[in-house]
Design a protein around this ligand. Structure first.
Ligand SMILES: [Zn+2]
Length: 114
C-alpha cells in the first residue's frame, strides 16, 4: 500500500524506497523490498523500466492504471477504518484525498505516455 502510494507520486526504485520506509520506522533490506516490487509487478500494479544513472542500470517502478484502482480502493478502506476508529472528524479529509488522487492519475497517465 505504502509502496503503491509512493509509486503513484513518482517512479521509485529500491534504495529510495528502503530509505523512505526507514523514515517511517521500517527496517527493510534489499532482500525484502525487491520481492515486494516483483509481487506488485506480477499482480499488474507496478511496471518497471530500466534507466541508466551515473553509469549504473537502475530499475524504476511506476504505478499502472490497475495499481491506481487498487490504491483508490485501499484508500477507501483506510478511510472507513480511520473514520470508525477516530470518529467522523476524519471524514473532513475525504474531499482533499479525492482531489489529490485524481491529480496522481493524470500525472501517471502523462508519465506512461512518455
Ligand atoms: Zn512514505
Amino acid at each position: 500500500m505504502h509502496i503503491l502510494h509512493h509509486a503513484a507520486e513518482h517512479p521509485i526504485y529500491g534504495n529510495e524506497m528502503i530509505l523512505e520506509l526507514g523514515r517511517h520506522g521500517y527496517d527493510i533490506s534489499p532482500g525484502t523490498i525487491y520481492p515486494i516490487f516483483h509481487g506488485l509487478e506480477k499482480a499488474g500494479y507496478l511496471t518497471s523500466r530500466k534507466e541508466v544513472a551515473q553509469g549504473k542500470v537502475r530499475k524504476n517502478y511506476v504505478i499502472t492504471p490497475a495499481g491506481h484502482k487498487a490504491l483508490i480502493r485501499l484508500k477507501g478502506q483506510i478511510h472507513e477504518l480511520t473514520s470508525e476508529v477516530l470518529g467522523e472528524d476524519a471524514l473532513i479529509g475525504k474531499k482533499a484525498a479525492k482531489v489529490s488522487s485524481s491529480k496522481h492519475l493524470r500525472r501517471t497517465a502523462n508519465s506512461l505516455r512518455k
